[in-house]
Design a protein around this ligand. Structure first.
Ligand code: ADP
Length: 513
């Protein structure tokens, strides 16, 4: 078209020079540059003299390794039009450095008047800046995309975390509701109480009513009020876990309920106060069951005691008769019977005491007596009862205490029977009593299996038994009862033990002054 419009070379040059594109006409197999406009010269960074009449690869040898010479020849051969967008073109500068450019170009075949293809009109628009900016933009947008993805991911994580928190809050709320738990919060300084409706209900208040700590304490029965208050104060001042069971009388409904309150102290982030918070549950049913069970055990034990006492009486009479008749077999058999009856009596006394303890009816009957006497009195009986072991009672100095003689005797008996039970027959069990630091200290030492240090803190709990494989029978009440009895005398009870070596159980009683 343009080429056909031009009547001669000069005109052609004029025409191509006003075009906005870079234009060059390439002719013949050697790809000789025939005409070129200024835009193209500027693009190639060449002078007209360096270009006109010269083969393309002489002008720009660097193009040899690029697709253009091949494409130009292809256009001349086939007559097709080649149209390429954003093609990279690499030039070598005079100083040897590289210049990367981008162009949109069209190769248009040129034919002579006879229809023979003689050359190619090359029109190119350099768009290096546009392509580079676009590339930059693409890179940015990739980075943005990555950042966005990261942001989305962390956003999703945040949302998920929030969901989890929400869910666990809801789950907790549901659990609290389902379990009908009272919740409370006490401000460590102002003692302000915040509670839920269920807590108010447990104390016999209506949900919309005000409910203060004093009002709560007022509904606790008289015997427990002081100790609950003391436990709250202790928890607020010293921290630690709070777990306490007590009875309350409903304010409006006057209903008796047993509740268990658990909680702990949590410092406020401000550091100026702490929140004493926790839960209260209604354990009336459980407690009633327990009381019922205890009174049943108490009743049965009590009923069993009467026939056992008379059995024991008959056995003793028979023992005397057998001794007098010189029948050693009968006499020996009767000794065994007496021993077994004594064991049974001890066991039943244990049950009776637990049930009395639980119902708050254990009675401590204090009197002044000498520990030396008690231990001497126990020696003979104990030695016959536990004939399988070497029982050694160390001599005791006169040691006056003010205590329940029978119950202290029971404690010593419990410790000795455990020492025998948990050690090999023939081994030694030593009982001693010494005075130290204003107390009488009794110790019972054995050479038995010993106790793992993890079990020691729990030994004195009710029904606690060490889970050892051997089949030693027991109920886990001996040490619990002993500890309760000693505690009621303001004494201490503890153990020192080495697994495989043996144990020593100690208790102290204040000396009588
Ligand atoms: P019981 O002997 O009926 O199980 P106790 O309350 O008397 O209950 O004792 C609790 C647990 O303490 C026992 O089950 C036993 O594992 C452990 N124990 C008590 N005394 C000894 C001891 N002298 N040596 C080793 N273990 C002992």
């Amino acid at each position: 078209m343009i080429v056909e419009l031009a009547e001669n070379e000069q005109q052609l040059e004029q025409i191509i020079n006003i075009l906005p594109a870079a234009v060059v006409i390439i002719r013949g197999n050697d790809l000789v540059a025939e005409s070129i406009n200024n835009t193209n010269l500027a693009y190639w960074d060449k002078t007209r003299e360096e270009v006109i009449g010269k083969p393309l690869l002489e002008i720009l040898p660097e193009l040899a390794s690029q697709p253009f010479p091949g494409q130009l020849r292809q256009v001349m051969r086939t007559g097709e039009v080649i149209d390429v967008r954003d093609s990279p073109v690499l030039f070598t500068n005079a100083d040897g450095s590289k210049r990367e450019t981008f162009v949109d170009y069209t190769y248009q075949p040129l034919t002579d008047r006879n229809g023979l293809r003689t050359g190619v009109l090359v029109m190119s628009y350099e768009n290096t800046q546009r392509v580079l900016s676009r590339k930059l933009l693409e890179e940015y947008s990739e980075q943005m995309q990555a950042m966005n993805e990261e942001l989305t991911a962390s956003n999703e994580e945040l949302i998920a975390a929030q969901h989890t928190i929400e869910e666990s809050r809801t789950a907790l709320r549901l659990a609290i509701d389902a379990a009908e738990l009272g919740t409370w919060y006490v401000h460590s300084i102002s003692r302000q109480l915040i509670s839920n409706a269920r807590l108010k209900e447990l104390f016999g208040y209506y949900p919309e009513e005000d409910f203060t700590l004093e009002q709560a304490l007022a509904q606790i029965t008289d015997e427990y009020r002081e100790s609950v208050n003391a436990a709250i104060e202790a928890a607020i001042h010293h921290g630690g876990d709070y777990d306490i069971t007590y009875p309350v009388t409903g304010f409006h409904d006057q209903r008796q309920r047993w509740v268990r309150a658990i909680g702990n102290l949590q410092p406020d982030p401000s550091g100026t106060f702490a929140a004493f918070t926790g839960l209260v549950m209604d354990i009336t049913e459980q407690k009633t069951d327990e009381l019922r069970k205890n009174s049943f055990i108490g009743m049965v034990s009590h009923e069993l005691k009467t026939p056992l006492t008379s059995l024991n009486g008959y056995l003793q009479v028979l023992q005397i008769k057998a001794r007098n008749s010189g029948d050693t077999f009968v006499s020996g058999a009767l000794d065994q019977c007496v021993k077994q009856v004594k064991r049974m009596t001890n066991m039943i006394n244990g049950f009776l005491n637990v049930s009395r303890l639980e119902s708050g009816k254990i009675h401590i009957d204090k009197q002044q007596f000498d520990m030396a006497d008690l231990i001497r009195d126990m020696t003979e009986e104990t030695k016959t009862l536990y004939a399988t072991h070497q029982l050694i009672f160390h001599p005791v100095e006169p040691t006056m205490v003010n205590a329940d003689r029978e119950k202290i005797g029971q404690v010593i008996d419990n410790l000795v029977s455990n020492a025998v039970k948990y050690s090999k027959s023939g081994s030694r069990v030593q009982v001693a009593c010494v005075q130290m630091e204003g107390s009488a200290r009794v110790s019972v030492r054995d050479e038995g299996m010993g106790i793992d240090k993890n079990d020691i803190p729990r030994l004195f709990e009710r029904y606690y038994r060490v889970n050892n494989d051997n089949k030693i029978s027991g109920f886990g009440i001996g040490l619990y009862l002993s500890a309760e009895i000693i505690e009621r005398h303001n004494g201490k009870i503890w153990t020192e033990s080495e697994p495989g070596e043996g144990s020593t159980f100690y208790f102290t009683l204040p000396l009588a002054n």
